[in-house]
Design a protein. Sequence first.
Length: 280
Amino acid sequence: MKQLLVINDARLAQSLADYLSSRGMHCELTQSEVGITVWLADESRSGEAEPEVKRFLKEPYHPRYAEASWQSGTPNSRIDYSAGHHSLTAHFLMQAGPVTLLVMALCTCLFILQLIGLNLYASLSFHQDVSQLSGWQIWRFVTPAFLHFSALHLIFNLMWWWYLAGLVERQLGTSKLLTLLLVGAVIPNLLEFLLSGPDFGGLSAVVNTLVGYCWIIGRMKPDGEVKLQDGIFIFMVVWLAIGFSGLLGNNLANVAHLSGLAIGLLHGWLDGRKSAASIS
């Protein structure tokens, strides 16, 4: 037998073993003080199993593993499944990378500081005049994305950010997420300023950039790990249209939201084309 993985969560170990077994790679579990070890019975199939283990480590909570366990229904009586079970907090952290969590912490801290009376808007908002665009305060092109004006505004944006940014960072890496964060903040913020004025803020434009990117890259690379369901994409587009209708008020940064979505679609399309060209 060949050792594939040692993990401290028995249920996750079982789900991986069930998934591999469903693909013809029979596995066994053993328990020790260091955790649960997943063993591959047929060492000749290690070349097939190892990429699956790497994929599992990137997204251990993917439904494919739970479905395999449901279909199997054969837990190992020698394994203590109550030991080392991941808490909700651990699951939350596993689904997000360092930049995803850092941005969430930054937005939350800035919101709290504003609540207690610090005037951060004056220092972090977008430039107030066209003549200032070429000045030295270049952080103002990005920092409005981290400013939120209500708890609902903050929670809504951070929920989508955690889900989408976490997906991109886990599957495509921190550098790709940073690129999307910067282009999804700088360009929409600039367009919003030029067309509607300087009074805006929030992570919504970046979220829309991620929506467009994840959806189009998933359509162009259906076998890839980054994808967004059509229903979620349609919901976000409808929500964007409602914003333009005025039903949600007139203080929304609609230009930034729409340009963010367009930038995400374009960036994803270019990445999809690049991947297709490299394969051919």
